[in-house]
Structure formats: C-alpha cells, structure tokens
Design a protein around this ligand. Sequence first.
Ligand code: 9MR
Length: 377
Amino acid sequence: MDRRLFLASTLCAGLSPDIAWGAQTDSPLKQLAAAKGVRYGTSTGTHALFGDAGYAAIVAREAAMLVSEYQGKRAQLQPAPDRYDFAALDAIVAYAQRHGMAMRGHTLCWYATNPPWLDVQMKSDLPIAAKRKLLTDYVAKVAGRYRGRIAEWDVVNEAIEPADGWPLGMRTRNNIWAVLSERYIDMAFHTARAADPSAALFLNEFGIEAATSWNERKRHALLLLLSRLKQRGVPIDGLGIQAHLRPYKDKFDQEVFATFLRQVTDMGLRISITEMDFSDRGGSNDPRQRDIDMAAAAKAFLDVALDNPATRTVMTWGVTDRYSWLTSRFASDPWPNGGVARALPYDANLRPKPMRTAIAQAFLDAPARPRWRRGAA
Ligand code: 9MR
C-alpha cells in the first residue's frame, strides 16, 4: 500500500481532517487540481447560477469546468419533434466561456429524461431506419451545435443494468434497446465523433465504485462492454464514473477500485469522475460527525481515482448542499434533524465543510500528469 492510500485509511479510522491537513487547502480547488493536470468542476443549472450570487461566487472561485445538471437532457432540449430549446444550455456554455471554464456535455443518449413524444415514436410502426435517425439526427444536431466548445461529452449514459436479465448485463428494458439493441451505442459515438471531432467521448455509468456484489456485477458487465466497443472500433475516449457514493451503506475498498481503474485504463481509456457526491444517509445523527465521515470517504475515494494518471477530470454533482438532487430525492423522508443531504463540499449556508478540505488535500497529494490533447476545449 503506498503512502497516500495509507494516509486515507488512517483518516477513515477517525482522524479529524481539520487537524491532519495543511493550510494550502484554502487555494481554489481548480488551482490545486490544475497543478496536477486535472480539471475540477461542478454540475450547475441556470436558476442557481444566475439567481444566487453567493452560489455563483463559489462556482467562479472553485470550478474550472461546468456541466449542466438537467438542462442538457433531451426532454429539455427537444420538447417537440420539430422544436429545440437551447436557451438554458447556451447560457451555461456562454457563462463557462466568459469565465475561462471548460464544459462537459451531459448527455446525448440516455434511456431516461426523454421527451414523451420520443417514446411514442420509438414504440410506433415507423421503419427502423427512421427510428435510428431519431437517435443520430439528435446527436448530430446537439454535438454539432456546440462543436469545439464541449471538452467531454457523455455520449451514452447508464447502459448497464444486470437486473434487466440480459446475459451480458446490458440495460435492455427501454425503447432504444428494443429498437436498435447494443448498436445504439456504436451509432451514438460515431455520430458524436463526426459532429465534434475535438470532444473527448465518454460512456458514463454509476454503481461501479463500491465493493458490493451489485457493483461487482456492474463492473464486470461494463468491462465486457468496453472491450466489445474497442474491438468494434467505436470512437470512445473514456469512462465517466459517476461516483454517487453511499459510505454508510456500501463498503468502499481502495484495492478493488484501483484494480478496476487499471482494467479500464489498460484498454487505452481515460477516466473522468463525473458526478461525485457522498450520501450521508444512515449515519450518526450529529451532522458534524457525518461531515467528517463524508470527508474521509471523499479522501479515500479520490486518492485512488487520482493515483491513476488517466484520471483527468473530477466533477462534483453540485458544490453546495443548498442544491443537491439527494435532498429532493428523499423529500418525503428527510435527513435527521429536519436537515438536507450533506453530500457536497459546501454546506447549505455556503460554508466550506471538511469535505472541501479533503478534496483539496487529495489534489495536493495527487501525482502530476501531462495535459491530454483531445478534449482541451
Ligand atoms: O441531479 C439531476 C436532477 O436534478 C434531475 O432532475 C435528474 C433528471 O434529469 O437527473 C439528475 O442527475 C442524474 C444524472 O443526470 C445521471 N446520473 C444520476 C444523476 C442523479 O440522479
């Protein structure tokens, strides 16, 4: 076990991050990451970015990259077959450009968050060629519109679901699979590459980080899929690892995750951590203790992720607990003490938490890597 992995396990054993970690952690996260050739960023939305000045100040200080959390999905961008609405995504992309930030695009093809009309047409008796065009025309239009301005595209999101029962573990219970089977992935990547040759193209997945049997099944299926894609010459550059972790529920094992990353990068793929957050459900009733536990979990996770030189990007899914999908997800069963999820680097009052220090320290401890060419936008 190397020094950093050892440090992380010491922290998991209960050492307070505030005591163990140094003063340099106050520097902006984007700066600490960039010093190692890594981009740090966050997901965002127009409501917070343009309506909450305190929030926007944190984003401007900390982030070198943005991704639209919900306004880049097909239901938003193409509400009707002949109507596109790019206003919100355009505004986020323009904000990123004004602030010298890069963009991730999320997501060109997902079984979820599609406009209802698309499902109707996919289930209709249209010829297969027309249904295929429903996918490729959209990918070409959206990737083409932002050509040269999106560093990394999540071309296909969440393609694996062993529970669907398909022998190879693919997610099959959806319209796009029903029409095109696995080739939908090939089509989406080829079309994206043609529409924006400078963007790095990713398959993005969740549930592949922890040492649980469900995560193990997903990792296995995903590695098989990645090798099939490589064999077929599909233009994929990297794996997006969402990293929605649940430290009190799912055991995380550094060696297991490090081995998985090596298997992915041995295929010549790069890694982006795309949606990192730490759900503090199931822990102590004391929010300060939960904050320390989530900080230790973040350090243990990032130490492994950043130890692999192919990890170029670390995005958190939001930057403050003021805006976290987890709070709305558990709206009917809120956190102890009537609280919100404490899953992100800043609390709901926009104060930095131990998790912010942990992320900063992970960047400080990370080995440096050279800059990557594709995806420089
Ligand atoms: O956090 C996102 C939430 O605001 C949206 O309502 C939802 C549907 O668009 O998507 C959430 O983001 C998901 C992401 O797109 C894919 N991985 C899981 C994320 C959390 O559910």
